[in-house]
Design a binder for this molecule. Structure first.
Ligand SMILES: Nc1ncnc2c1ncn2[C@@H]1O[C@H](COP(=O)(O)OP(=O)(O)OP(=O)(O)O)[C@@H](O)[C@H]1O
Length: 301
């Protein structure tokens, strides 16, 4: 479990992280989303022990990260530009990690090399960006991390590789309760992976949500009444409306609550048109944020 409490981090005069707290439960995948410069990379670097926070506490399974080799051995961080020792081949990098990570699993390494079909004797810097990222995943997963920190992990991977990498992450989470924190600009890219999502903006956490609850609890409703009659105000009082918009004679509502309860509340007014539809996660965030007074369309990109 990752626990971050009241972290602050400034560079010169600029506060990159302003009082962020978050918890990632063991065996879950947390998506850290946000605009450019929001502070996602800084937070991941603090978590991996590369930066010291100015204030606040970070614990992994109850132990402090900074200058604690026992904890660092359980963590693997893949930065947005994976780093390899200069002129090393995958085989040499594997030997390096094997001697530094006591949990290294040689069999897993061989399986991953076969799966990705990488020539382990070629110098890594000669590989393309996408293949270098595959190499980073092979090394990361071979160290059998308890906590995997990923900065823009799918950048540069083609759709087949994205699917493969997502599958590998999900397997390790399901089989051995690996805990994962992923930063991304793109909600659509990570929504099928994460059970929790937090959106950062200018060093602050704007909103944090558990995805299962969100998906089953927010709906798009379209209603219209005979002859274009106005929607009875009582309907709007009987359900929790996040957003309402008139489209000709149809009223579009974004409503929170259970589908059956919303249907029962609205059907008794006998609308001539009544549809209840699911929303994409991106839509849910946009409407939720509207509800709390922010415009997040640009943040979600
Ligand atoms: N080493 C550094 N020195 C000075 N300022 C820094 C440093 N690292 C980050 N910053 C600043 O901290 C803020 C947060 O940057 P960070 O890289 O954490 O954002 P991010 O959310 O990862 O952005 P992006 O999505 O663009 O990668 C930015 O304003 C950035 O300029």
């Amino acid at each position: 479990m990752i626990k971050i409490s009241h972290i602050r981090k400034s560079f010169d005069e600029h506060e990159a992280i302003e009082n962020i707290s978050l918890t990632v439960n063991k065996g879950s995948i947390y998506g850290l989303l946000g605009s450019n410069g929001a502070g996602k990379t800084t937070l991941l670097k603090i978590l991996s022990g590369l930066y010291i926070p100015d204030e606040g506490l970070i614990a992994i399974d109850g132990q402090s990260v900074f200058e604690n080799p026992d904890v660092k051995n359980k963590i693997f961080f893949i930065p947005d530009t994976p780093y390899f020792l200069p002129h090393y081949t995958l085989k040499q990098m594997a030997q390096f990690y094997q001697s530094n990570y006591p949990r290294w699993n040689e069999q897993r390494y061989q399986e991953l090399v076969d799966m990705f079909q990488i020539d382990v004797h070629k110098k890594i810097h000669r590989y393309s960006k996408g293949i270098q990222r595959q190499v980073a995943f092979i090394l990361a997963l071979s160290t059998v991390p308890e906590v995997l920190l990923l900065d823009e992990p799918l950048d540069g991977l083609d759709p087949v590789m994205r699917k493969k990498v997502k599958g590998l992450l999900i397997d390790d989470v399901a089989e051995r309760e690996m805990t994962v924190l992923i930063s991304s600009h793109n909600l659509r890219e990570v929504e099928d992976l994460c059970d929790f999502v937090g959106i950062m903006h200018k060093g602050q956490m704007m909103i944090e949500k558990e995805l299962d609850d969100l998906k089953s609890d927010t709906h798009k409703v379209q209603i219209a009444f005979k002859g274009g009659a106005p929607v009875p105000p009582a309907i709007l009082k009987s359900v929790k409306v996040l957003h309402k918009e008139k489209r000709g004679s149809i009223l579009l509502l974004i409503v929170k609550g259970k589908e059956e309860e919303i249907t029962a509340s609205i059907e008794k007014y006998q609308p001539v048109i009544f549809d209840i539809l699911p929303l994409t996660l991106e839509e849910i965030f946009i409407y939720e944020m509207e509800d709390v007074g922010y415009a997040v369309e640009n943040i979600l990109g």
